[in-house]
Design a binder for this molecule. Structure first.
Ligand code: SF4
Length: 281
């Protein structure tokens, strides 16, 4: 059994909060540059130039890429041979978020009550934490500060098996079209298919954070990823909604077994500020 002190978790989370809010992942940055080179000109090219310059300044000066520094979404893959010592793991994670957002001068965006009071918790907690137990003695931490301009545009639909692949295509395209400029395009899109109501949202989020160049291992789904991305980029929404051929930078699909009577589909939308970082301890 390997012992990990929860203080290390707090320090790691605090550091991730700061770095993810200022440093766009390299693969997302590279795809923005490719998109800029592919655009014909006009507002699409100008907008992508501004987004690239914005990412450069944020990285150099260590200031947030966007004023919305998001809700801290954290995924932990915990090796079953790890024993946490030194305190409560959940509280150590929340303390890391508290510390990271304070030290990084990051905007605190969380309200305690979702409907009536809507009073800011003042420290960007609670973070949304998803745990998974895996073999081994390591712990993998992924942190994604999620802006809600794009989060608000994400959707789940419990499709029927008879809706088939055409039903999936039509749902995904409708979600992206209705998101339009509100999702701060160019978007990064994750599509979850299968599982049940709660699992399919997680699949979509995992897909959203896949490396930009990744493809589903099953060629049928990989082809569907390519087709959907192409059709999305033909919608003409373009960077910031000003028109153009870059409505999405990438689209990934994650799948899971499901029930004979259902075909859940979730579409998780992220803006061009597709912030996420992974650390293995
Ligand atoms: S959706 Fe993204 S780019 Fe738009 S305001 Fe939110 S974090 Fe910023």
């Amino acid at each position: 059994m390997r012992e990990i002190n929860v203080n290390l978790i707090t320090q790691t989370i605090a550091s991730l909060c700061r770095s993810t809010c200022t440093d766009l992942p390299q693969d997302v940055y590279d795809r923005l540059k490719e998109a800029r080179a592919a655009e014909k000109g006009g507002m699409a090219q100008k907008t992508l130039d501004i987004l690239i310059e914005n990412a450069d300044i944020s990285k150099q000066k260590k200031i947030p890429i966007c004023q919305d520094t998001g809700m801290a979404c954290i995924w932990l893959k915990v090796g079953q041979e790890v024993h946490f010592v030194g305190g409560d793991l959940n509280e150590a994670i929340q303390q890391g978020v508290r510390q990271g957002y304070e030290e990084g001068y990051l905007r605190k965006s969380i309200v305690y009550d979702p409907v009536f009071d809507r009073v800011n918790t003042q420290d960007n907690t609670p973070a949304m934490i998803t745990y998974e137990i895996v073999p081994g003695d390591k712990i993998e931490i992924t942190l994604a500060p999620k802006g809600f301009g794009s989060e608000n545009m994400s959707q789940i639909r419990m499709l029927k098996p008879s809706d088939g692949v055409e039903g999936i295509k039509s749902f995904v395209l409708n979600v992206v079209e209705s998101a339009g400029a509100n999702a701060c395009p160019p978007m990064v899109i994750g599509v979850g298919i299968g599982g049940n109501f709660d699992k399919v949202a997680l699949l979509a989020k995992q897909a959203m954070m896949a490396p930009i160049e990744a493809h589903h291992p099953d060629k049928r789904y990989a082809d569907l990823e390519d087709e959907l991305l192409e059709r999305i980029n033909q919608l003409g929404i373009g960077p910031a909604g000003f028109g153009g051929g870059t409505t999405a930078l990438a689209l990934h699909i994650e799948t899971a077994p499901t029930h004979i009577a259902g075909m859940p589909v979730a579409v998780a939308i992220c803006c061009h500020v597709s912030r996420h970082e992974k650390v293995i301890l």
